[in-house]
Design a protein around this ligand. Structure first.
Ligand code: AN7
Length: 351
């Protein structure tokens, strides 16, 4: 039976004897060596941490299992979150598994179809609001302050605790921390969690170094880069369409303490990286996940020295989450043929 994040990292998480232990199979995700992009940027050791391999297809499951376990320990009557999609899918799955009513509040028209389908399938109460993720988060904060419902967004510290375990796994797999970590930034919980994880790995002497944290926002939703709230965030990467990140300050700390950067990438660069990841690396990720890869490509273009460096790109979610965008990719080669082997053979020979 799969161990999962709670059991595997029990002594590094805020668990007690009364915390229920369970798992949907989160964590222990692959770290895959790059075949093409590493070479393109002059890096011999570039790896992808495939967080889309978690049970609901994104990194959120690592934190959600801890948040839900602690909520149950406290005698919860319900959980709720605001979401651009992945948090709601994860909350709905763990809520379903543990039998807790789950309410998800999402920006109407801005959650990709796969993610909404998940929340529906898992049986969550879904509230569509006219507004952005930031409005939904304000609303759910008020709601959970006034009612005995536990907030499971990443402002819940148990979420960050669970998500830090991805950094532990990278250190375990590489035998040390990488030199650079490339990661998309939305609400900024994950960059905060990775930095906490690398820091704890350093304190525990599993690694003698810590990576530079290289965070990337989408150009139309880059409040941290611009130094100001973005009232109407806009990007093709709907997961990171966030104008007022909850973990803003801790993201800046991660950047500054690590000597890294938080920069932005255009939607065009995100789409290029999204296609490159699938067609050259065999990794179909969601557009938000490609933002970190786009950031690596941008900084390499601008002269970032990658030779002799070890780098990891966090691939936060699966490409299947956003089928509408996937269907807009021009097929390399797709034509219609009769069910006739000779015709098919001839087409293949001709090319
Ligand atoms: C695939 O689900 O905010 O910087 O509500 O789904 O920790 O917010 C998702 C964020 C990156 C950004 N990649 O992480 C939500 C939500 C994917 C994501 C991010 C998200 P944070």
């Amino acid at each position: 039976m799969t161990k999962g994040v709670l059991e595997k990292y029990r002594s590094y998480l805020p668990l007690t004897d009364d915390t229920p232990m369970f798992s949907l199979g989160e964590g222990d995700t692959p770290l895959v060596k790059s075949r093409a992009i590493g070479e393109m940027v002059g890096c011999d050791e570039l790896y992808f941490k495939l967080e889309g391999c978690n049970p609901t297809g994104s990194f959120k499951d690592r934190g959600m299992v801890v948040a839900v376990a602690k909520a149950l320990e406290g005698g919860v009557t319900g959980i709720a979150c605001a979401s651009t999609g992945n948090t709601s899918a994860s909350a709905a799955a763990y809520g379903a598994y543990m039998g807790i009513p789950t309410t998800v509040i999402v920006p109407k028209g801005h959650v990709s179809r796969g993610k909404l389908a998940q929340a529906i399938a898992y049986g969550a109460r879904i509230m569509l609001i006219r507004g952005s993720f930031d409005h939904a988060l304000d609303l759910v904060r008020d709601l959970t302050e006034r009612n005995p419902i536990i907030l499971v967004n990443s402002i819940n510290p148990n979420r960050i605790q669970g998500q830090k375990t991805a950094a532990f796994e990278i250190v375990e797999d590489l035998g040390a921390a990488p030199d650079l970590l490339f990661i998309p930034v939305g609400n900024a919980g994950n960059i905060t969690a990775y930095w906490m994880g690398f820091h704890e790995a350093f304190i525990n002497e599993w690694t003698s170094t810590r990576p530079k944290m290289m965070g990337f926002q989408a150009q139309g939703a880059a409040p941290i880069v611009r130094g100001d709230v973005v009232p109407d965030p806009e990007t093709i990467a709907s997961a990171i369409r966030i104008g007022n990140p909850a973990s803003w300050n801790s993201a800046i700390r991660a950047r500054d303490e690590s000597g890294g950067t938080i920069d932005m990438v255009s939607d065009e660069d995100i789409l290029d990286a999204y296609k490159l990841m699938a067609s050259r690396e065999g990794i179909f990720c969601e557009p938000a996940s490609a933002a970190g890869v786009a950031g690596l490509l941008k900084h390499a273009r601008n002269g970032l020295e990658m030779e002799g460096k070890r780098a990891v790109c966090v691939i936060t979610g699966s490409g299947l989450k956003d089928p509408d965008l996937a269907n807009e990719i021009e097929p390399e080669w797709m034509e219609e043929y009769p069910p006739d082997v000779a015709a098919v053979e001839q087409a293949l020979t001709v090319g």
